[in-house]
Design a protein around this ligand. Sequence first.
Ligand SMILES: O=P(O)(O)OC(CO)CO
Ligand SMILES: [Mg+2]
Length: 283
Amino acid sequence: MADQWQEAYDFAVQVARAAGAVIRKAGECEIKVQTKSCTVDLVTQTDERVEKIIIGSLKEQFGEGTHCFIGEESVAKGEPCILTDKPTWIIDPVDGTTNFVHGFPFVAVSIAFAVNKELEFGVIYSCLEDKMYKARKGRGAFCDDEPIQVSDVKDIHKSIIISEHGTDRDKQKVKKIFSTMQKILCIPVHGLRGSGTAATNMCLVASGATEAFFEIGIHCWDIAAGAVIVKEAGGVLLDVDGGPFDLMSRRMISANNMVIAERIIKEIEIFDSVRDDAPIQKK
Ligand SMILES: O=P(O)(O)OC(CO)CO
Ligand SMILES: [Mg+2]
């Protein structure tokens, strides 16, 4: 069954490109902003509309019963966020909603596909840059059909590290985020960055522009596609405590290699976040 999911992969690329065009067009008009879990967790009609377009297209193509869907906006409306063995699409229609609202030029459509709880492929369309990143398990990672690879830097002092501040404004958590960033900056590293979208951050690791991206508080839809792309580009994925990567745990480090990952992990001050697949969907 070597090519079992090729049609789905190709279709995902097509759908992501179409979704990106809708986002670009919507960005030219007035954007109506609402909030979700807190005042800085933003959502727009475009997030909801694009998710409906993506899931609608996938259901039309592959049938409603056989495939499952985990989408950021569907979960926000109470749909379950449980990964089963069934073929499952994991979708972030607009990764970087805050960027989109502000016209900050990094916004991505992220579509991943898992079977038997294993990620088969990931597609990330950075729609304002018009860059299509994609990877299929065992087949390498690509940007606009050109193969991409992680950086070969092993010396942390020669690295750029990405992290984000997230949307949780709990003072103790914010303190830990800044303390971690301060410690990493002062290792010292060449620099700290953040594009405002986890999906794009992971593509930056995969394409060698940066050595690592880590975050606590992200969701499965932010990182599922990126996880395949980083891995296929030769990178590594771990929990922020050095344990195995867990898609639903809301914490992750992606890096070009274990040397860089383990050095960063030493500095990360971990804080709690409710798992994506926790029975009570309170995040
Ligand atoms: O913009 P979104 O989809 O809320 O995602 C954020 C993190 O939750 C950026 O990755
Ligand atoms: Mg997101």
